[in-house]
Design a protein around this ligand. Structure first.
Ligand code: HEM
Length: 415
């Protein structure tokens, strides 16, 4: 069947969907498309991506926790056995930086590394950052409050998360702009339609990033500080210290994963609130109301829409047979809009209390930075609306052409 969207056709009987991810009408506002998929074909083969996609809340939630699927496959089978292409020589620095990334590991390696960094990210520890995040957010707002207008992403959203994660790790604030450059080049690797030029840029960024982290590790070995990197260097797990490569990968994944999504989410949340036209006062009336508003923003405009898994063994799921090594993609942002889970799912309802959204994932890879991202949002959003009560959109924001990430090109505001 065709749908009311010019860029999508759904063959519900065969569970096949043709959808142009580069069409601005889609990536600019994917939520109505997700609603159509829920109505006609929540599990489907996406012709252009040549992969099965799952969008139902219960299915995505179960798959994220299903140990028959993993983010990695090479711990259970070789490339040759799986018929996988050999690693690309021009990505060797990138691959080296990824080798010990939490996101690329499965137990027992994953458990060992995650245990070592987890303590720093639990809510109790993160809450201690409240005064520092508040002071930084206030200082950034001080910088533009008198101007009557601002491009919020560059003046605020880009700066807050990278500064906080860098400080936690023990990297000076001045490195912020450079970290952003490396990170932007690096994360292009995860986007639809990456080119060889992107790959070369990502590899260069990985090489420079790793060299820089190596120098910071050497400094911390010589002069320990009160920061996460020092803690990682000196903490052992079952008698073993982290190797230099493990330290570098872990630092890079924390720095990259640690801000990119939060930057987008600050922009998406401000836009969702302004677009709703609802009174802002009740959204931030107290801690509980703020928490629900933050969750509703994460539900309805998640910053990262898709994550993938490998089948680690032969599995049948929703009537589809996966062989070992096959991939399946999970649309977290669509799961958040499943009408079986959330009532009137396309409507922004800040007081909604219908259970967790899946924007931070679930299971063993559940976002380690969720308490930090939630705290940054719970501080930044009320503060922005309190200090700039007349804030409004100065221009219709354009969404970046980087599906499956969902973030704005710019967010021009005036008051
Ligand atoms: C709104 C902001 C954020 C969103 C929506 C988000 C989303 C996610 C999601 C969905 C995953 C799981 C991926 C999967 O299962 O395949 C994940 C993992 C991860 N996130 Fe976040 N994230 C955010 C902010 C952060 C921050 C601030 C940090 C800083 C430390 C961070 C660090 C990580 C790391 C290290 C992982 C890998 C965890 C593991 O594999 O064990 N994220 N994130």
């Amino acid at each position: 069947m065709t749908t009311s969207f010019s860029f999508m056709t759904i063959d519900a009987a065969a569970r096949r969907v043709s959808l142009d991810a580069r069409d601005p009408a889609f990536y600019g506002d994917p939520n109505p498309v997700y609603a159509a998929l829920h109505a006609h074909c929540p599990t489907f083969f996406w012709e252009e991506q040549k992969l099965w996609y799952v969008s139902g809340y219960d299915q995505v939630n179960a798959l994220l926790r299903d140990r028959r699927f993993g983010r990695q496959i090479l711990h259970v089978a070789s490339r040759e056995a799986l018929g996988m292409a050999p690693p690309l020589p021009h990505l060797r620095h990138f691959d080296a930086a990824e080798a010990w990334s939490l996101l690329e590991l499965e137990p027992p390696e994953h458990t060992r590394l995650r245990t070592l960094v987890n303590r720093a990210f639990v809510s109790r520890q993160i809450e201690r950052l409240t005064p520092e995040i508040t002071a930084l957010a206030n200082r950034l707002i001080d910088g533009f409050v008198k101007d009557g207008r601002v491009e919020l992403l560059s003046a605020f959203a880009d700066v807050l998360p990278v500064t906080m994660i860098a400080r936690m790790i023990g990297i000076p604030d001045e490195m912020g702009p450079q970290l952003l450059k490396w990170s932007h080049a690096y994360v292009r690797m995860y986007m639809f339609g990456r080119t060889e030029t992107d790959e070369h840029a990502a590899d260069r960024a990985a090489a420079e990033f790793a060299d820089y982290v190596r120098t910071v590790i050497a400094e911390r070995r010589a002069r320990p500080g009160d920061d996460l990197l020092t803690h990682m260097i000196h903490t052992e797990h079952k008698g073993q210290f982290l190797s230099e490569d493990e330290l570098i990968s872990t630092t890079i994944v924390l720095l990259n994963a640690g801000h990119e999504a939060t930057v987008h989410q600050i922009g998406n949340a401000v836009r969702s609130i302004l677009d709703s036209g609802l009174p802002v006062g009740p959204m931030f009336a107290d801690g509980r109301a703020t928490e629900r508003t933050v969750e509703e923003c994460l539900r309805i405009s998640a910053p990262v829409h898709i994550f993938q898994r490998y089948a680690l063994e032969e599995v049948e799921l929703d009537g589809i047979r996966f062989r070992r090594g096959d991939k399946v993609a999970l649309i977290l942002a669509a799961a958040n809009l499943d009408p079986k889970k959330f009532s009137d799912p396309l409507t922004f309802r800040p007081a909604r209390d219908e259970g967790p959204n899946l924007s931070f994932g679930a299971g063993i890879h559940f976002c380690i930075g969720a308490p930090l991202a939630r705290l940054e949002l719970a501080i930044a959003l009320p503060l922005l609306f309190k200090r700039l009560p007349k804030m409004r959109l100065a221009a219709k924001p354009a969404v970046k052409d980087v599906y499956h990430f969902h973030g704005l090109e710019r967010l021009d505001l005036a008051w």
